[in-house]
Design a protein around this ligand. Structure first.
Ligand code: NA7
Length: 548
């Protein structure tokens, strides 16, 4: 796998450590936030970034087959016509190295790197009430101070490595997909065990299987997947995107999920059974996340969802030749798209290979890692030279709660969020003045095409800070009542969908032992969310306390 880490980003002497704003993270969100605050508002801004290059989540996720599920012409910044005009995507879905190249292109074009401290991991961030300043300390002991603290740490950036006994005794190599070595991993001739069949495992298994001697996939929860139908983009399509970008942008900014397509108005039950099958078949052939947009009620009505679920299960049974393997793969216990719906390239086909085996670790759970592989509760042993943990993330809250954030009177964020994330609009936590969380829990974030959700947050935060400065105000803080009501709205929005029915989903924090089970993203749709945020701003930031 190509490695594009920046080597020219050696730490430079700090001329100043006091800023108007500190941003933590240099992925899609931190980069755009730096640009808007520095270049539109004229603030002094510093970005602190743990990695040695830009990219955030995409910097770390370099596993085989790592590719975005959003289509490339929509997985980019839309705020600048120049950036749209001057960048060319090569394939329908961008692969990880191409996304890193794109983000470096943007960082260079906007001259962002001079204000990013790379190789700088934040150890703590504490609010000093009398001074109305945030004091941030890095793991290397450097200290920074700023009026505003903006977390741009991503939703899927803290690896979840299961605490399995014996991992330290394993004689081979093991890797988590989200912390993949930059030099890549050579699977040639190796016996590989992959744990996990989420979006990541579904992307990595087919690629690993092509070079490994043997691949054993340990599956706890079977998953739906729809073909991605990735392909090179034609010159005509690329030109069409450039010619029509204003319309594409307007669709992305006004739809439920920020994708460049709309969910149809038609109900599953508006059409005959034959017509429905034709519609699903057409969507299956077209491929991609648009499959779930085939009918408007797939994610709200169980009977409607069952038709989509049954269609995909039937496809799995058709593709996978061994009936026992097909049964294990299609024995899916949650509604379609109630967990993040993966899309794939040859995932189910991979189980027709002679060198690939599927093991059901729900029926026979993993008991321990041994020096030579994985042992299951039944005593069955699966040998391995390499173990790949495609086991996901401590999603949405993990990066925030591990950063030593303390608000007023030293209140730790971990304490404020003991019972689960609690904030207003997913943007601010009561007791943590002037701290903004880009795509934090309680916002649509991971239910969307991320760059569109990120742009909405960054622009709202930028307008908010501009408003405060214009009014001669220096402080903004979510009111506890407003936060309580927002958390209720987030819960209600989730309950109006089938999303909470996937009991094992990371949306609920269920993949991390001991994590409170709370549905974290706002499921009311990006369009509705945008209008709520706009209304709050237009009415003088209702629900926030503003001060000098
Ligand atoms: P996910 O979607 O959280 O998937 C992780 C997978 O790992 C999932 O199949 C889990 O099973 C499995 N897992 C986790 N822990 C264990 C243990 N202890 N034993 C067996 N299996 C385990 O993470 P991904 O990286 O695939 O995707 C994250 C997001 O990135 C994705 O949704 C996109 O938005 C991009 P489980 O389902 O919990 O039973």
């Amino acid at each position: 796998m190509e490695s594009i880490a920046l080597r020219d980003a050696a730490p430079r002497p700090r001329e100043t450590t006091e800023f108007d704003a500190l941003i933590i993270g240099a992925g899609f969100s931190g980069m755009y936030q730096l640009h808007t605050l520095r270049d539109r508002l004229g603030l002094s801004v510093q970005v602190l970034e743990a990695a040695d290059g830009v990219g955030g989540t995409w910097y770390w996720n370099r596993y085989p087959g790592a590719r975005c599920d959003s289509e490339s012409h929509s997985y980019c910044y839309s705020f600048s016509d120049d950036l749209i005009r001057d960048w060319e995507w090569s394939e329908r879905y961008p692969e990880q190295p191409e996304i890193i190249r794109y983000l470096n292109f943007v960082a260079d074009r906007l001259d962002l790197k001079r204000d990013i401290c790379f190789n700088t991991r934040v150890a703590s961030a504490e609010y000093d009430e009398p001074a109305n300043r945030w004091h941030v300390t890095t793991e290397a002991g450097e200290r920074f101070t700023a009026q505003y603290l903006i977390t741009a740490v991503g939703c899927l950036s803290t690896a979840n490595i299961p605490d399995l006994p014996g991992l330290d005794t394993f004689a081979g190599d093991w890797y988590h997909t989200g912390l993949w070595p930059h030099e890549g991993v050579d699977f040639t001739g190796k016996r590989v065990i992959q744990i996990g069949t989420g979006s990541t495992g579904i992307q990595s298994a087919p690629v690993i299987a092509r070079s490994a001697a043997h691949l054993t996939v340990l599956q706890r929860t079977p998953n739906y997947s729809v073909p991605a139908r990735n392909a090179p983009l034609s010159a005509e399509f690329r030109q069409w995107v450039k010619d029509h970008f204003p319309e594409i942008r307007s669709v992305m900014r006004s739809t439920t999920n920020g994708h460049p397509f709309r969910i149809t108005d038609r109900s599953v039950f508006d059409v005959s059974a034959e017509e429905r099958l034709d519609i699903y078949e057409e969507a299956w052939q077209r491929g991609g996340l648009q499959f779930r947009a085939s009918f408007r009620d797939i994610l709200s009505d169980q009977a409607a969802n069952d038709t989509a679920a049954e269609f995909i299960k039937h496809k799995i049974r058709q593709i996978v030749k061994d009936p026992a393997t097909a049964a294990k793969l299609s024995d899916i216990d949650h509604p379609y798209a109630a967990k993040r719906p993966p899309i794939d390239t040859d995932y189910f086909e991979t189980f027709n290979r002679d060198n690939v085996e599927l093991v059901d670790v729900r029926a026979d759970p993993i008991e321990a890692i041994t020096p030579t592989g994985v042992r299951l509760r039944s005593g069955a042993e699966h040998p391995a030279d390499i173990i790949v943990f495609a086991t996901g993330f401590d999603a949405m809250t993990g990066a925030l709660t591990r950063m030593g954030i303390r608000g007023r009177d030293g209140l730790p964020l971990t304490k404020a969020w003991e019972a689960g994330p609690h904030n207003y609009l997913g943007l601010q936590v009561a007791g943590f003045p002037n701290m903004f969380t880009i795509t934090g829990p309680g916002s649509p974030s991971v239910l969307c095409n991320m760059p569109v959700a990120i742009e909405q947050h960054v622009e709202w935060i930028t307008n908010c800070i501009a408003y405060l400065r214009k009014q001669g105000l220096a402080r903004i803080e979510a009111l506890p009542d407003a936060a309580d009501q927002w958390v209720q709205q987030v819960n209600e929005a989730a309950r109006a969908t089938l999303l909470p029915k996937a009991h094992h989903s990371w949306y609920l924090g269920a993949n991390v032992p001991g994590k409170p089970r709370v549905f974290m993203p706002y499921a009311g749709g990006l369009a509705r969310y945008r209008s709520i945020c706009d209304e709050v701003a237009a009415t003088g930031y209702q629900g926030f306390a503003l001060g000098v």
